[in-house]
Each structure stands twice: as structure tokens, then as C-alpha cells.
Design a protein around this ligand. Structure first.
Ligand SMILES: Nc1ncnc2c1ncn2[C@@H]1O[C@H](COP(=O)(O)OP(=O)(O)OP(=O)(O)O)[C@@H](O)[C@H]1O
Ligand SMILES: [Mg+2]
Length: 144
């Protein structure tokens, strides 16, 4: 299944985060693909707001993983694999354990560990973000 949205503003991003936030199940993953600056972290910030996270959500550029407890239970786990040295480093991040505990996992730069991610998350959504010449974003959802 494939669906696309045109994101002309941060309000559009927030609306899409609400839709996909409802689809992302405990133990499931949402893989965020797209170039540098495409809006992946911005999307995670909107998703966290949708789930009621009050703490500011920042990019886990160097920590690679940040986790936020959700007011209704469970956790939102945000990973950025851009600086992952190799796919085998994936297993040090604890994302598969987080999923077993029912966390909702969102991953920027999933291409850095595509194989391990596919194995750890049979139940996953992929969202590709692309910047268009007018500055708006095109978001394409695929379900594996
Ligand atoms: N829907 C949108 N409309 C307009 N601007 C946006 C939108 N989404 C994100 N932006 C802007 O794009 C910039 C980069 O966004 P962001 O940091 O989320 O990108 P990223 O994909 O996480 O990049 P990186 O690969 O470096 O982690 C920010 O200034 C953000 O405000
Ligand atoms: Mg980012």
C-alpha cells in the first residue's frame, strides 16, 4: 500500500503525525527516510506532541537514541542512525528490546541498518520525506 501527502506547512506535518501516530502500534516501527533536512526530526517532534510528550524533542545526532515516556503508557523511542558506524552497531542500540517492551520506535536514516531493522520490526511503516523546489515536502507512506 502506498499513500502520499503534500506538506505545505508545519501544521500539515502535525496533521500527518496525528494520522500515523494512530497507526503506529506498541512494538511497531516507523522508518523515516529522506535526505538531510527533509524534515524527519520535525516529524518526530510533531509525533511526540501528538502523543502528549511535554519534554522538548531534540535530534539524537550523537546519542543515536532518545526515549520519551508517554503519558498514556509505553515509550516513544527516537533513533537517528546517520552516524551508525555499520549495521552490526544496530544491536547495541537496544531497539529490538524496546520493541519487545511495547515501545513505539521511530528511526531516521534506516538505510544505515536496513537488514537488522527489517528483522527486528516485521510490523513497520516507512515514510519518505522529500523537499520540493517550493519548500514544501512530499510524504510517501509504504507498508512492508
Ligand atoms: N513540512 C515542512 N514545511 C516546511 N519546513 C519544514 C517542514 N518540515 C521540516 N521543515 C524544516 O526543515 C528543516 C530541517 O528539518 P529536520 O531537522 O526535521 O530535517 P531532518 O530530515 O531531520 O534532517 P537530518 O537528516 O539532518 O536529521 C527545519 O528547519 C524544519 O523546520
Ligand atoms: Mg534529523
Amino acid at each position: 500500500m502506498r499513500r502520499t501527502w503534500e506538506l505545505r506547512s508545519l501544521a500539515d506535518t502535525a496533521a500527518l503525525a496525528a494520522v500515523l501516530g494512530g497507526r503506529l502500534r506498541p512494538g511497531g516501527a516507523l522508518l523515516l527516510e529522506g535526505d538531510l533536512g527533509a524534515g524527519k526530526t520535525t516529524f518526530v517532534q510533531a509525533l511526540a506532541r501528538h502523543y502528549g510528550v511535554a519534554r522538548p524533542v531534540t535530534s539524537p545526532t550523537f546519542t543515536l537514541v532518545n526515549a520519551y515516556p508517554l503519558p498514556h503508557g509505553g515509550r516513544l523511542v527516537h533513533a537517528d542512525l546517520y552516524r551508525l558506524a555499520g549495521p552490526e552497531g544496530f544491536y547495541d542500540l537496544g531497539l529490538d528490546e524496546a520493541a519487545e517492551e511495547g515501545a513505539r520506535v521511530v528511526v531516521e536514516w534506516p538505510c544505515r541498518a536496513a537488514g537488522p531493522l527489517a528483522a527486528a520490526f516485521p510490523d513497520r511503516l516507512s515514510l519518505r520525506l522529500e523537499t520540493r523546489p517550493d519548500g514544501s515536502r512530499l510524504a510517501t507512506l509504504t507498508e512492508d
